[in-house]
Design a protein around this ligand. Sequence first.
Ligand SMILES: Cc1cc2nc3c(=O)[nH]c(=O)nc-3n(C[C@H](O)[C@H](O)[C@H](O)COP(=O)(O)OP(=O)(O)OC[C@H]3O[C@@H](n4cnc5c(N)ncnc54)[C@H](O)[C@@H]3O)c2cc1C
Length: 460
Amino acid sequence: MKIQSNEKIETLKNNVKGQIVLPDDSDYDEVREIWNAMIDRRPAVIVQCAEADDVLHALSYARENGLEISIRGAGHNIAGSALCDNGVLIDFTNMKTVSVDVQKRRAFVEPGATLGDFDKAVQAHGLATPVGINSTTGIAGLTLGGGFGWLTRKYGMTIDNLVSAEMVTAGGRKLRVSEKENKDLFWAIRGGGGNFGVVTQFEFSLHPVGPEILAGLLVFPFHQAKQVLQKHREFVKTAPEELNIWVVIRKAPPLPFLPENVHGKEVVVLAIFYAGDIEKGEKLIDSLRSFGDAYGEHIGAQPYAQWQQAFDPLLTPGARNYWKSHNLTELSDGLLDSIIEFAGKLPSPHCEIFLPLMSGAANRVPSDAMAYGHRNLQFVLNVHGRWDEGAQDEACISWARAFFEASKSYASTGVYVNFMSGDESDRVAAAYDVNYDRLKQIKKKYDPENIFHNNQNIKA
Ligand SMILES: Cc1cc2nc3c(=O)[nH]c(=O)nc-3n(C[C@H](O)[C@H](O)[C@H](O)COP(=O)(O)OP(=O)(O)OC[C@H]3O[C@@H](n4cnc5c(N)ncnc54)[C@H](O)[C@@H]3O)c2cc1C
């Protein structure tokens, strides 16, 4: 670890409004923790920003001392890119304010806000915008990679609802980016991750949602997986955009609505969400029950913000995680067989195969409208390796990699950058596909020295 001169650290401390945390501080280990326990890195200086100007000081400090830079929203990224060894961590965990302009249906969001912070603030006014499904995820990383969740079929991806952002560039300039100002940078940050600068505020458009929506889980036996998945595949082709269904195949958690003898057995879960008239939704959902002989279900009207936290207990921080992911334009029978084969040999009770449904509004945006370009997707396949002990690393990582390889021939091009593990830098060009060359040009303009490289890195 590089030793920081006391004088320089004191100057940094005096300059920033937020807190500086150093390796000798008692809270250092707690502060540097991130969601994925596989990642254990030790920054030399943590700048817990309190305002945008703190970013300027952190960048100057890093430059003057020749230090690496990493940026943390809520620290959820599977690759652990929020943390660097021996460098400056620009940490936003203390900048979480979400302000809502109800008249204009706009939210102004600081980059440390979690999805839970965001949903709570906007749902107080019966408003929402599409974000992810786990409330402790950060709005910053999610948005910069693309962002999708239950509302995506109806209202598009998170980036489709980004109106503007305030940023600090590698050269230390503060900029506003939107369709009118610094358009190239606005294009790039909608999917291009943390490659182009540090975002200090996001502005989102909002839509009336709920506050009550219809949602819940319908759980089928694993031996009926093929028929359930085939029926699901057909059903969603004509389903209204208010409806979203994600398939999860995993060992059943001890959910109270499931018989005890099912707990720990492989099951096929339909996670169902309907953001429209509740009675209409109930009729629509009724047909899903004929997909098989369900073990049990728990579906009902509930607050949208509550459903946004429904998966939190399965996705708590502190476990070891390794993910692999494919983009899918269809669910072929061959892929279903592969899913079933690998779901039949889950190496830990927490491993799961997730099939988010895309389509709808997310498909109506031209693929070159912004950095994220995969606008023909019907599904994403996320192979979610998750376990507790280091001794299980080899078994769980091998399982995820083997399934990824076995299912590769059924996937379409590219990958969702936010689901990429830390060893997948060879997939970055594919992640951006037709937009990659333009991204490289914009990177050259705004970060020619690639100081923002602790990410799925776009090299100019
Ligand atoms: C349990 C779980 C559930 C998830 N569910 C979904 C889902 O439903 N939908 C979905 O789309 N994604 C989902 N994701 C993926 C998620 O979008 C990414 O992990 C995302 O990177 C998390 O954002 P964060 O701010 O917490 O990440 P961090 O780890 O804090 O940051 C990730 C990277 O983003 C960049 N970054 C962060 N903040 C800034 C900033 N202010 N300025 C510039 N760059 C910045 C940096 O490069 C940083 O390394 C999920 C992830 C997890 C772990």
